[in-house]
Design a protein around this ligand. Structure first.
Ligand code: TEU
Length: 539
């Protein structure tokens, strides 16, 4: 186990930089803020941090609209500060993963400005996807593709051509058939590898290659994520794999097991496994797991399919419950219908936060007991719920804007973290400094400071679980054997000497024979496991 590359069983903590910690008091998180909290991350027991985009950006999509891939936005710090952070993190035994956004740039990137200036037919335009429109005067978009955030995926420029954007208008898609685009991104990877980063999370990895001729999507256009269809004109096309095989060669020029994780919303584990074949990327987010409802059979099916599909190409599985794009899982699990619906939560459905928290505690023990690696989204270790009552005039997410305000967007999972104290900004920044999104007053009970040393807190549960993960040889990569029980209960063992039971049913469950309780997500009743509770056992 010790000789396996670190990323095969790593627990990676997602730092959403705007909302993690504010070092300079401008209400927005930054690099100095992260540096000041490295000891906390070390104490939590994670192996690595993944930092969301910190590059110069007009921030139309919170930094996923990049204006310069080798710079740092002044709100977040400087390249020197980034180098110091990487060194400090390594000093704390934490690896550093950056977020790279290759599907699109900002419309303020010099490449796009040159493309606009070049005019139709100019070579600079070939870095992006410009086309004449349809209809007599070219006044209709070139095809029927729709933006992930709502509306047409095409915007017309003054000279009459249209450019493609699978996300916001301010995020023009790059043309990955262009050799300069490929060459420039390999230089970007090298720039950051040279500065010591341990890997990249690849944004929208499944979107880079579009079908030749850009045919209409038809019905598939309604499928914003390719959940069902395997042949989609712009998601999950074969050509993306050739790009990532080249990227892997860049990583392999460096020592220290540099790694890539694909953010690829594809139709099931088999398609996902294609991203992590030998010679390609090492890991991929398991969004099927995130999307599974709180249901024993459905979870077990995803776990089995994931282990099978990823195992067949020699890749480790990963598990993820939350990120900056989806409703926080305390809130998802607190609604009767727990289907993982991304940002499109039905806020009118009744919410039981106590139940959601109880399930989230059990879910943490389940996730951290499974073979492979896991992701922890900042604040999930504090049990933060989605903030669903942010005043509408403060919402910033382009999903909210482009949906015509039919959804609340993704701001509710992006509220700045509560660290300490009784009132906002809860130690996120200096006292008196406003935060870029308001924090609920009720978060005084959820600060890291409040939870520290409280044995019943979510924070102490994560710490204890992560400590055991390091100590127990059975955890991390390795085997998993299911034991048949009663409906609604998951029970599996791992060698040597470990078992995990999760009761997702309403009926108390009698634990099997064991030699001790290692950790439980809530109080046990002797040897009986109550509803919505998980336990780690020595066997
Ligand atoms: O997300 C890609 C993606 O497909 C999601 O946008 C998802 O469709 C959306 O959040 C609705 O669930 C990545 C980033 O994680 C996201 O924050 C960016 O907005 C997006 O790429 C564009 O760069």
């Amino acid at each position: 186990k010790d000789s396996a590359p670190w990323w095969r069983s790593a627990v990676i903590y997602q730092v959403y930089i705007r909302s993690f910690a504010d070092g300079d008091g401008d209400g927005v998180g930054d690099i100095e803020g992260i540096r000041s909290r490295l000891a906390y991350l070390r104490g939590l027991g994670v192996d690595a941090v993944w930092i969301t985009p910190w590059y110069p950006s007009p921030m139309v999509d919170a930094g996923y609209d990049v204006a310069d891939y080798t710079g740092i936005d002044r709100r977040f710090g400087t390249v020197g500060g980034a180098e110091a952070l990487i060194a400090d993190a390594h000093g704390h035994g934490l690896r550093v993963i950056l977020d790279i956004v290759p599907n699109h740039t900002s419309d303020r990137h010099a490449w796009f400005e040159a493309a606009l200036a070049a005019g139709p037919g100019g070579p600079e335009r070939d870095r992006y996807v410009f086309r004449p429109g349809r209809g007599d005067d070219g006044g209709l978009p070139p095809n029927d593709w729709r933006s992930t955030f709502g509306g047409s995926a095409w915007t017309r420029v003054p000279d009459g051509e249209w450019y493609l954007h699978l996300f916001a208008e301010a995020q023009p898609d790059l043309n990955w058939n262009n050799a300069e685009v490929r060459r420039d991104f390999e230089k970007v990877l090298a720039f950051w590898f040279d500065r010591g980063v341990d890997g990249f999370r690849i944004d929208v990895a499944h979107g880079l290659i579009k079908q030749e001729g850009l045919p209409d999507a038809g019905e598939a256009g309604d499928v914003l994520q390719p959940t069902e269809r395997e042949d989609h004109p712009h998601w999950d096309r074969d050509g993306v794999h050739e790009i990532f095989r080249e990227w892997r060669k860049v990583a392999d020029r460096y020592d220290g097991d540099r790694t890539f994780t694909a953010e690829a919303w594809v139709s099931g584990p088999k398609r996902l496994a294609r991203y992590v074949r030998p010679g390609e990327l090492q890991t991929a987010f398991n969004f099927d797991y995130l999307r599974a409802p709180w249901d024993a059979e459905r979870l077990r099916a995803v776990i089995d399919k994931s282990l099978d599909a990823l195992g067949s190409v020699g890749a480790p599985a990963t598990w993820v419950l939350s990120n900056h794009d989806v409703v926080r899982h305390v809130t998802r699990y607190g609604r009767a219908n727990t289907e993982g619906r991304g940002p499109r939560a039905d806020v009118s459905e009744p919410l039981d936060l106590a139940m959601g928290t109880r399930r989230a505690r059990a879910a943490a023990l389940l996730m951290l007991a499974l073979p492979g690696g896991a992701y922890v989204y900042q604040g999930e270790e504090l049990g933060l719920p989605e903030v669903e009552d942010i005043p509408e005039d403060l919402l910033q997410d382009p999903v909210w804007e482009r949906s015509g305000h039919t959804t609340r967007g993704r701001d509710g999972c992006r509220v700045p973290l509560p660290w300490s104290g009784d009132a906002p900004p809860f130690g996120f920044g200096p006292d008196g400094a406003a935060t870029w999104l308001p924090q609920p007053e009720s978060w005084k009970d959820l600060t890291a400071e409040t939870q520290e040393n409280d044995p019943g807190s979510m924070l102490e549960l994560y710490r204890a679980a992560l400590r055991l993960r390091r100590e127990l040889p059975a955890l991390g990569e390795g085997d998993l054997r299911w034991h048949e029980t009663v409906p609604g209960v998951l029970l599996f063992s791992r060698t040597p000497g470990f078992a995990c039971a999760v009761n997702l049913s309403a009926t108390p469950f009698e634990l099997p024979a064991h030699t001790g309780v290692l950790l439980a997500s809530g109080p046990l009743d002797g040897d009986v496991l109550p509803h919505d509770t998980a336990v780690w056992l020595a066997v």
